[in-house]
Design a protein around this ligand. Structure first.
Ligand code: MIC
Ligand code: SF4
Length: 643
């Protein structure tokens, strides 16, 4: 059989199932990564599973999200994570070392390996030829404990890149073009695999921009082959021996093919408030901008920032613009300093931040009231930047730098010849901020340090025989996990404290939600299409579980959030008819009788709308194992019972 790159990696890691799209498979996981804002919960769950040391080839715990430390909470989390890493045999990337995805690409990624990360942008590793998948913390905890990862075998889509890339077009424009064509729902159940004669022009950091933001299509992941470009990158990272060639077989068959002619690409921009609202920069040329932010795991590589420095050199940021730059890693920052680019950035007036997620997750740098912010990030969901009525646009570092100089959205093609930055033959390598695992004999005695921000895990009972309660909220389409549980410094600091963070569930959509949910002792959530897209934060399921949410009824679900709901014992129910979604109202009282029996059968589930005196059916489309997880009241209960 002629296999694609994705199929080759899957086949090599298959524990159960086969390569038939739509069927459940399970995969052996070689590497895991966590970041601090999802990691604390993942490690509390890992502890609850009760193994004495991680059982992967490599597991890394990064600290990159919660680094503002406006109170004790973040620092408590960091100390907890460091002590967990020492106790259980993980690498620990210290605060300030960089964004997990960038550092993982630089220092740990290996073509052909599987990587599971508790962050939705884990597919960044696909730029290096890894099968890198984002998941909830509990799934990552199980992978660390040596259990395989379950997923539905995706359809493999070939994205064929052809032609010579147009001047000033970048990796960002390729993925924005993909988003324009397929939308934020178009990747669900798919892997985008890149191929074609255009590939060789794209460096690993550019490929990683593409696979990173592939997450915005809802795809399971995106992957590039491991070729000469990959080899050169790994050599420059002093890791040439991690390279093994990985290309699709001649005649590999794909479920779908998308062609992108690189010579026709133009600089693109995503408009507020969705990453798929894409149009050419030239169409919005002249839009006044208050803030330009360059960074995030999508576009903060050495190549990105050196290009920005080349554009800014000898010039000054426009007086009405605040230009913010957050490098992706300490290595990037060190390289910029060594090559003199850092002084170009400083002299231009850029405000240099720490090497973390920073403004991407609303940790500072909120734009002014009604302001316009142009960002090189991957998400522009409403309110995520910290200012509810701000408008966030997404574009390449080239567009961002050009705009920072003029104060209006600017097509970089107006700057003349494109800037070319040579990739280093050798990156500056300094792993002293990564603490390696302790020897097992020393690790066993390591103490785990918990501050008051680290609260015990809440649990849930097995599924009762009947579910009844009010519809607490009815929402539209494309609800993101930022709507369910907002980001920002204040709220994200509470990620290891479920009772405290649950107060913020839907706080920006309906501030009365928490009180109403508490008063009613729980109930139901109703959503439209693609419910729960975006982040992997399992708190968007844990919070609702804590508040007694029994089921979410939606027209469709995003992959990671759907798994998170099941992991915490919340039924993801899919409307069969649009009219049932249309007719249901907030406050309607719903009852699902004999829900255990109904959940076990493969028939649709009957829901009674007591308020309207009306019955309708919904689908519980789950795999066998997921049914049992739901009956047990969640994955941790299931694991305790069965394994
Ligand atoms: C994000 O980009 O939304 C985050 C913050 O990285 C999340 C994880 C989280 O909520 O902690 C993600 O993408 O998974
Ligand atoms: Fe961090 Fe933003 Fe990347 Fe999420 S998308 S990992 S918040 S930089």
């Amino acid at each position: 059989m002629n296999l694609s790159v994705a199929e080759k990696i899957i086949k090599q890691h298959l524990v159960a199932g086969d390569l038939t799209p739509g069927e459940e498979i399970s995969l052996r996981i070689d590497q895991t990564l966590t970041q601090d804002s999802t990691g604390t919960m993942a490690y509390l769950q890992f502890e609850a599973i009760g193994v004495s040391r991680v059982r992967t080839e490599l597991s890394v715990s990064y600290v990159d999200h919660n680094t503002l430390q406006v109170g004790f909470e973040n620092a408590d989390d960091h100390r907890f994570l460091q002590s967990i890493a020492a106790r259980y045999g993980l690498h620990f990337s210290r605060p300030g070392n960089g964004i997990c995805h960038q550092v993982h690409l630089e220092r740990f990624g290996v073509p052909g390996k599987t990587l599971l990360g508790s962050d939705s942008h884990t597919p960044t590793g696909g730029g290096l030829g890894m099968l890198a998948i984002g998941a909830g913390g509990l799934d990552v905890a199980l992978a660390m404990a040596g259990y395989p990862f379950h997923l539905v075998m995706p359809r493999i889509v070939l994205v064929r890149l052809t032609g010579k890339i147009a001047p000033w077009a970048t990796g960002k424009d390729i993925v924005l073009e993909l988003l324009r064509r397929v939308t934020v729902k178009g990747g669900v159940g798919k892997i985008f695999e890149y191929g074609g004669d255009g590939l060789a022009q794209l460096s690993v950091p550019e490929r990683a921009t593409i696979t990173n933001m592939g997450a915005e299509t809802g795809a399971t992941t995106s992957v590039f082959p491991g070729d000469e470009v990959t080899r050169a990158f790994l050599r420059a990272q002093g890791r040439g021996d991690s390279f093994a060639p990985l290309v699709a077989d001649e005649g590999a068959v794909y479920d779908e093919v998308i062609e992108i002619d690189l010579s026709q690409l133009v600089p693109l921009v995503a408009r507020p408030h969705m990453p798929d609202r894409v149009c050419p920069v030239s169409e919005l040329q002249g839009l006044r901008v208050d803030q330009v932010a360059i960074g995030s795991c999508t576009n903060s590589s050495y190549k990105d920032l050196a290009t920005v420095a080349e554009i800014l050199r000898g010039k000054t940021v426009y007086p009405g613009v605040s230009l913010i730059i957050s490098p992706g890693s300490r290595q990037v920052l060190a390289m910029l300093a060594r090559k003199g680019y850092l002084s170009d950035l400083i002299a231009s007036g850029a405000r240099i931040l720490e090497n973390t997620c920073g403004p991407c997750i609303g940790m500072g740098q909120a734009p002014p009231t009604g302001g316009v912010s142009l960002r090189t990030f991957n998400r522009n969901f409403e309110g995520r930047c910290g200012t509810k009525n701000a408008s966030v646009y997404l574009a390449s570092p080239e567009v961002a730098a050009a705009t920072a100089l003029t104060g209006v959205l600017t097509d970089p093609r107006t700057l003349g010849e494109p800037v070319k930055v040579a990739l280093p033959r050798r990156y500056l390598i300094n792993d002293r901020l990564i603490i390696p695992p302790l020897e097992p004999s020393r690790a066993e005695g390591a103490e785990i340090i918990r501050g008051p921000n680290i609260q015990p895990l809440p649990g849930r009972e097995a599924l009762p025989s009947e579910l009844t309660g009010p519809v607490l909220i009815k929402l539209g389409h494309d609800v993101t996990t930022d709507h369910i549980l907002p980001a920002g410094a204040r709220i994200t600091a509470l990620r290891s404290n479920i009772p405290a963070i649950s107060r913020y569930i839907f706080s920006q959509v309906d501030p009365t939600f928490y009180d109403r949910a508490k008063e009613a002792g729980g109930g139901f959530i109703v959503g439209g299409m693609n419910y729960g897209q975006g982040s992997s934060r399992e708190h968007a399921a844990l919070g609702p579980m804590y508040l007694g949410i029994k089921a979410v009824l939606a027209l469709s679900f995003a992959r990671i959030h759907r798994s998170n709901l099941i992991n915490f014992g919340i039924l993801p129910l899919v409307f069969l008819k649009g009219e049932d979604y249309d007719s249901i109202q907030a406050d309607d009282r719903l009852t699902i009788r004999d829900v255990r029996a109904q959940a076990l059968s493969e028939q649709p589930v009957l829901v009674v709308n007591e308020t309207q005196g009306h019955r309708f059916i919904v689908n519980l489309t789950v795999q066998e194992r997921e049914r049992e997880v739901l009956l047990a009241g969640g994955l941790l209960n299931y694991v305790r019972e069965t394994l």
